[in-house]
Ligand binder design. Structure first.
Ligand SMILES: C[S@@+](CC[C@H](N)C(=O)[O-])C[C@H]1O[C@@H](n2cnc3c(N)ncnc32)[C@H](O)[C@@H]1O
Length: 329
């Protein structure tokens, strides 16, 4: 299947934040942790013909499509696509891009547009969607045999472990009924496909809720995807890694799609903002969300939340009257 078009969520807002505070003629260096179809990367490259971007993806189809696009658009001098989980940012930069980073005196910004892309849902055979019957896989890094697939999790995890991930990562209130039915079914034969699992989940829901607007399997599928790809763990782990590489006024921009991710981003940003060795300021007291027009154009953007933190020389005082009270004394 060809790589699906992907609508880049909150594209203008993210790019505006990333370029804020920098001069046109500076040697700008960015990292896009989630290349996908390249929407944000190319927006960074096209906004300024001196900007360079080190982009990551772990999905072989996104990488192949990306390499072709970079070549077709003659961007190989300015765009470096890395086949790796972004959790390896520090190692990848130190081993492969040390000179470039030194030449640019660090990164002007980093962007993460978390989760999977439209391509993952649209190419049914990857097992992310219950709309197409396919093996339960859900690995973004589909060539990596060391990663447990959704099938392994459904069939091998204990009843307790399964309940925990469906409850915590899916925020699914019927998790006990779902897990009970999974355990009963797999004791007869392994559960192999997306539709098989989705139908079992539907049957686990109370009868009056089985045919609502949102498929009952949505939350459990989200939970499995998060567990397979360790989505929360890598996010939490990587944010601190960026700090030593960030230039003064450099930003970290994160777009998240569910409350679990957004909570981590908010907490880590607050921790960074409390540091005294390197100073940071959160630019988005409340997350930026897509406009009504964007949601009308791309309904998948409806749950997006964008948060930004910036490296600063000096923090603005929390108390706007502080300077006057000093004079008074
Ligand atoms: C939402 S899409 C990004 C779309 C992109 N911003 C665009 O505008 O086209 C997320 C992409 O990041 C990749 N991805 C997600 N988590 C990753 C991780 N931990 N390491 C590397 N790539 C990751 C996925 O494979 C997917 O292609």
């Amino acid at each position: 299947m060809n790589y699906t078009e992907h609508y880049s969520v909150l594209n203008k807002e993210s790019i505006d934040y990333l370029f804020q505070d920098f001069e046109e003629d500076e040697k700008l260096l960015f990292s896009d942790f989630t290349f996908g179809a390249g929407g944000h990367t190319f927006a960074l490259l096209n906004k300024n013909n001196k900007s360079r971007v080190i982009s990551f993806d772990q999905d072989p189809e996104a990488l192949e499509n990306g390499r072709n696009r970079i070549q077709n658009e003659k961007m190989s001098e300015r765009c470096f696509l890395v086949d790796s989980n972004f959790e390896n940012f520090e190692t990848v930069v130190n081993e492969n891009f040390k000179e470039l980073v030194e030449e640019c005196c660090g990164f002007n910004g980093v962007i993460m547009d978390l989760g999977v892309s439209s391509h993952h849902f649209d190419s049914g055979e990857r097992g992310f969607s219950f709309r197409v019957d396919a093996p339960l896989d859900m690995r973004m890094d589909v060539d990596n045999d060391n990663i447990k697939t959704a099938r392994d999790i459904i069939n091998d995890y204990s009843e307790y472990e399964l309940g925990k991930i469906i409850r915590d990562y899916g925020e699914e209130k019927f998790y006990k009924r779902i897990v009970r039915n999974i355990v009963a079914k797999r004791s007869v034969a392994p559960i192999e496909t997306t539709v098989e699992l989705a139908e079992l989940i539907r049957e686990s829901y109370p009868a009056k809720l089985r045919y609502g607007k949102i498929h009952p399997a949505t939350k459990t599928f989200q939970a499995l995807r998060i567990e397979v790809n360790r989505e929360l763990e890598v996010l939490e782990k990587v944010l601190d890694q960026i700090v030593p590489f960030l230039k003064m006024h450099g930003k970290i921009v994160v777009i998240s799609f569910h409350s679990l991710e957004d909570r981590i981003v908010k907490q880590v940003f607050n921790k960074l903002a409390a540091r005294e060795d390197v100073l940071f300021e959160v630019l988005t007291k409340k997350p930026v969300i897509p406009s009504k027009e964007e949601i009308d154009e791309n309904s998948r953007s409806r749950s997006a939340k964008l948060r930004v933190i910036k490296r600063v020389e000096q923090k603005r005082s929390k108390n706007k009257y502080a300077q006057f009270s000093k004079i008074d004394r």
